[in-house]
Write a protein that binds this ligand. Sequence first.
Ligand code: 9WN
Length: 435
Amino acid sequence: MSKDNLQEKAKHILDTNFNEDKGFTIPCEGLYPFQWNWDSGFIAIGFAHYDSNKAKREIEALLSAQWENGFIPHIVFHNDSDTYFPGPDFHLSKLHPLASKSHRTTGMTQPPVLGFVLKEIYDIVDDKEDMLNFIKQNIDKVFFNHQHFYNHRDPNQEGLVFIYHNWESGTDNSPIWDDIWETMDPPNYKFERRDTTHVDAAQRPTNREYDYYLHLIEIAKAHNYDDAKIAELSPFLVQDPLFNAMLIKSNEALIELYEMIGDSEDKISTLKAWQEKAITRFNEKLYNEKLGGYVHYDLRNEKQIEHLSSSSFAPLFSNIPTKEHAEVMVKTLIKKFGGEDRYLCASFDPESDRFNPKKYWRGPIWINLNWMLYNGLNNYGFTDIANRVKEDSITLIEKYGFYEYFDSRKSVTEHAGYGGNNFSWSAALLLDLLK
Ligand code: 9WN
């Protein structure tokens, strides 16, 4: 497919998935029928390339469901749909006294991309004045969101925030969580999966995995989604390098934007203080010398989770590693993830016995992680390998279509685009890669 055709197809997907009435974009028809937090951020970047009004509406729709304490939820149920489980009646966000009064949402969040998304879309659009006005109207809401993280999700006040659910990580059934599941013994819940009516069950989590996912929510609900109680009681309490890298990248973007807006010295110095503490602690606590990359930290059991995944390289996007560590990370990436027989970048260590090339976050390639990796490698001047990540992403979409995830093995002869089709962020970020 020519570059023009690919771009037209990508725009068509985004426009089709956009809900004109409510002003947001579904990630994928049937499989994900609501507004998802970090999806919306990536989607807005795609829209900024050809329809800045939709980019703005996307962000406004997400922020319209911000809680009164600054929290931005992971799903906003603007609309009714019975094609997804668990829906609003399961999540019951209203249990939290400061939950949005206007929208039903979940009581968990997702990687905080909004800050850097505002900066990206500002850089993309032609009408800078118009976009800066939009940013002025919304930036304090994002700042408030970061403040909520540092006040409520960092019990040690060390600059790193926790997630209490694998769905907050965005990398839902990564093998990283397997050891945590071993510490839990939830009941066998009765529920009706909807995802496996849209997608081959072999590409999705197991029912037993859903028991863990639901159980974590039940614990949070039993305490009205109170962060302090969750920090005390949740068996899943993790400092995730991807999540924290997104927050740090967003802090950096907010500083740049507030500098452009002017008259924001207090917020800038608060952001700079968060940044310094966060980056220092991130490097002390999440870097793993033996593996040559960043890993997750299990805050409940006080230990690093020693596995490499695509999240291990996300800190490059946020300028967190030293130059020396970045060089080691690139060697790790090439050696473990980047053999000649593979497209970059598998979501989990292909040398691990937990690697599964077809199953959701247990191995396949995701375009949003590739997009970060591409930009991160470029940040540090590793342009050859950055271009390889970009070319691989384009090749996979050209070959298989705008799927949710892809097989990293070049040897596969059958169709190797998995999960949902016409997937919004694959389309949006392709537009950005082709710019
Ligand atoms: C749960 C929407 C979301 C993405 C996540 C991805 C998947 C949901 C699910 O879809 O998660 O949030 O039901 O599987 O893992 O990253 O935001 O695209």
